[in-house]
Design a protein around this ligand. Structure first.
Ligand SMILES: C[S@@+](CC[C@H](N)C(=O)[O-])C[C@H]1O[C@@H](n2cnc3c(N)ncnc32)[C@H](O)[C@@H]1O
Length: 240
């Protein structure tokens, strides 16, 4: 948004020059100039390449939406849904994308067979892993914590409607005390790993483990690396 706003003065200057040379100026030409300038700024600022396409097409998308005369509440609804789904992804740098049953089963096999374990999925998304594990290991205490309200609500409803013992909490895992868990499962992003490592190292008890799907900790190589299926990205395990 800041880039689009930053491009506005330059767009106005270019349109002014075009008009003074009697170039035909209409909303479409304004949208094209604005999009090209915003994409150029995006490139200059070194953002990821796909942002250039978004910035280029954004003013044209606004024009199209205006031409369709969509009711204004639709934009409000779209905003609320996206807010509920992504919440503070801009801060955490961890959006939602799910792991799958093969990964969940590989994590299940890491649990000791002879004693009940306390397991948490930090950033539990739609709740697939937590629901699976509480079904597969009825003796375990399995919970999930999720920051974004919509995925949390969905997982909470799934647990209630299916009569699962799984527990879902809405909140920030950074505020949890990890010493209460035998296994912490994380499927986050590279940006979240340094702080996660500092927290696990400070709080996790001897005998417990951190399992991270796909993302490594730069500070310490994993004690064990597993592949849920051949060719799948690894599960990294650190023992405390
Ligand atoms: C990549 S998804 C993984 C979902 C699920 N664990 C799975 O394996 O299918 C990461 C989730 O973590 C959530 N998340 C990110 N930061 C969080 C935080 N600090 N506390 C709780 N949840 C967080 C995101 O909202 C997102 O739903």
């Amino acid at each position: 948004m800041l880039i689009q706003c930053g491009a506005v003065p330059l767009t106005l200057a270019i349109i002014y020059v075009m008009a003074s040379f009697r170039f035909p100026v209409d909303y479409l030409s304004v949208a094209v100039v604005q999009g090209v300038l915003a994409a150029g700024l995006t490139w200059k600022l070194g953002l990821a390449r796909w942002w250039r396409a978004i910035q280029l097409l954004f003013p044209l998308a606004v024009l199209t939406a205006l031409a369709l005369q969509l009711p204004s509440w639709l934009f409000g609804l779209g905003f609320l849904l996206l807010l509920g789904w992504y919440w503070s992804t801009f801060r955490t740098q961890v959006p939602y994308y799910p792991s799958g049953p093969a990964v969940w089963d590989a994590v299940r096999q890491l649990l000791p067979a002879d004693k009940p374990a306390r397991v948490i999925d930090i950033g539990s998304g739609l709740g697939g892993f937590v629901l699976y594990l509480s079904r597969a290991r009825p003796d375990a205490e399995v919970s999930g914590i999720e920051l974004a309200p919509l995925p949390f609500l969905y997982s909470w409803l799934r647990a209630r409607l299916s009569g699962s013992r799984a527990r879902f909490v809405r909140g920030d895992y950074e505020k949890l005390d990890f010493s209460r868990y035998d296994l912490v499962f994380a499927y986050l992003s590279p940006a979240a790993m340094p702080a996660l490592w500092r927290k696990t190292r400070a709080e996790m008890c001897p005998g417990s483990m951190l399992v991270s799907y796909e993302f490594i900790v730069e500070e310490r190589p994993a004690d064990r690396i597993l592949h849920a299926t051949e060719g799948d990205v690894p599960l990294y395990i650190w023992y405390f």
